[in-house]
Structures are given as structure tokens and as C-alpha cells.
Design a protein around this ligand. Sequence first.
Ligand SMILES: C[S@@+](CC[C@H](N)C(=O)[O-])C[C@H]1O[C@@H](n2cnc3c(N)ncnc32)[C@H](O)[C@@H]1O
Length: 345
Amino acid sequence: MADQYSGEWVDDLGEMEAIRDGLQADHRMALKEGASAGHRPLFLMSVLQHFRDVQVGQPAYPRINGTYVDCTFGRGGHSRALLRDLTESSTLYALDVDQKAIDVAKRLARRDPRLKVHKASFAQLGAVLGDVRVQGVLINGGFTTDSKLDATRGIKRGPLDLRYDREAGMPCSEWLNTVSFEELSLLLRDTLRFSVVMCDRIAFELLSEHRRVGGLTTIKQVLTLTQRMLPPKDGGRDGGSTSLVLAALRRIINNETEDTAQALRAALGSLVIGGRCLVICQGPVDRSVVSDVLSEYDEPPDNTAVDADDEMLSKLYPLAGTRLPYSAKLVCRPLALTHREQSRG
Ligand SMILES: C[S@@+](CC[C@H](N)C(=O)[O-])C[C@H]1O[C@@H](n2cnc3c(N)ncnc32)[C@H](O)[C@@H]1O
């Protein structure tokens, strides 16, 4: 017997498919625009899904409702996709320290008043947001693909600059004049997680070569020097270990570890209860920043630290020593890149 509701099912399904196809077309367009501006966003679908989960008010499916922050606008792949999904009354704050990112963001904001652009480090997130409460924050530090490829930018090739914000601090080539052997070795240890001996060796060679040649000025010089000291990773020819040293210097020059921790704390302070902060980690150091900061916001589980006095309790569970009305927890296991994302390195 024919199902009397079958016509309605088909209509419902048709509507769902049309919504899904519309979203897919929007996201595809955002990806395309981001890529042609110089960078393809990672984990795009997961980011949108997490933000969809924490929207305010009545679900506005297929739109997302609320106030969100993209701490690292880059070339706007994530922001563009979010703007396509956000309702008209929503707001998206975009931060970046790279002037090119800000120029791209401002052009977009001229067409879309929901986008509020700030040239600021994510370490200043608290000051940017003030009392504003947000549903979601995205932190995706590092650099964009076009900056990596730009031989004048000094991120992965060209001059030994390494700064994301070229108006702040000093290029690595100058900074090497100011840092001592002990300081550099310690900073490398925190960032590289190589042995003390290896970090001493790298620090010593870098500073000696810097003095010997009258100043290291190019990224190539650093790569050549580290290649002499470190065997290529896994016996390969890509100089994996040598680019780790460069990545460590970049992290140090941009104060990435401290700034990411600060951004995360500010994000937790600005989120509504139930809000989410998504961190796209650049590697193990970022991952430990996330777990270190989260451990500051752990609630003592029942029946733990029962013998601890107040001082010990705040040492074990820093949240207990504060008047903060919220805690924080990991809501999902770390996500893996797709095969295509991995193959792009
Ligand atoms: C991987 S890209 C982000 C890509 C972006 N999600 C997109 O879809 O285009 C990293 C961006 O973070 C920015 N950045 C790095 N450190 C920052 C900081 N401390 N504060 C704000 N932005 C930062 C860089 O300038 C760069 O534009």
C-alpha cells in the first residue's frame, strides 16, 4: 500500500538537501576566496560545527547566531565561511598582526558590517573585547601560505626577519645581537625540546656564526648552518630537523608560547558559559600550552585533595584560589587533519 506520507518525506528531504547544498556551495566559495587571497583554512567544517553547537537563542538553522572571534584572520578563509553562516544580527571580531591580513579583512568589512577588524595580537584579546561576551573563539596561529612563499617576507625564506608583525619588536637578525648564549639555549630548550647539549650546541654555533660573518641576515644562512649540525630528519633530505630550528626561532621572535597562553586565558574569560575556544595547534608546544592553561581552570574533582589546606588547594587547582565563576574543559579529543590537508604539509 502506498505510504500516505511519502510525498511529505520527499518534500522534507528535498528541503534538507537544498539547505545542505546551499551551505556546501557557501563553504566552497569561502574556501575558494580564502585560497585565492593566499591561504586555505584548515579544519573548516569542524570549526563551523563547533560554533554552530554554541549559538545563542533559538537555533537559526542553517544559520549560526551569536558573537564569535577569529583571532587570526590570515586571509580570511575561516572568517568568510563563518560570515556566510552567521545571521544578520551576529558579529564576528577579526584580529591579526600581519598588515596584509588586516588589509584583506578591512576590504571584507567594508562590504560586511558584521565584521569588526582589529590590528592586534591575540594576546590583547581581553582588551579588544572588553565586556563583550562571545559564543566562540578561534585561534589558528602561525603564518599564511602566501607569506611562507613570499621571498621578501622573511617567514620561511628571504631576510632573517621571522616576525608576523613587522611593526613590532625587531627582526631575528637584530635580535641575535641582543641575546646571550645562556638565554638562547634556554629558549631553544623550551621550544624545541631537544636535549640540553643539543640546544647549547645550536645556540653556540648560531651566535658564533652571527659574530663571525658580521651578522646573519638571511634564512638560508640559518638553514645552512643548522644543516651542518643536525642530520636531516629520518635520514630524509628535507632537512626536517633544520627547519625545526627555524620554527623555534620564529616561535621565540613572535613570543608565540606566552601569547597563545594569554589569548587562551582571555578567551576563556570572554566566553559565555558553554562557549567554545578552538585552537588549531601548530605542534606539540601549542598542544602543551593548551593543556597547561586548561589545568589552571580545572575544578577539583570530588574527593580529591581532601587533606589539602587552602594554600595547597590553590597550588594544585589554581581555579580554587580565584573567584572565577567558571571552569574550563576539553570538549573533544584533538582532531586530525584530512588526508588532503596533511599532504599539503
Ligand atoms: C595560519 S594563518 C591563519 C589562517 C586563517 N585562519 C585563514 O583561514 O586564512 C595564521 C595567522 O595568524 C596571524 N598571527 C600570528 N600570531 C598572531 C598573534 N599573536 N595575534 C594575531 N594574529 C597572529 C598571522 O599573521 C597569520 O595571518
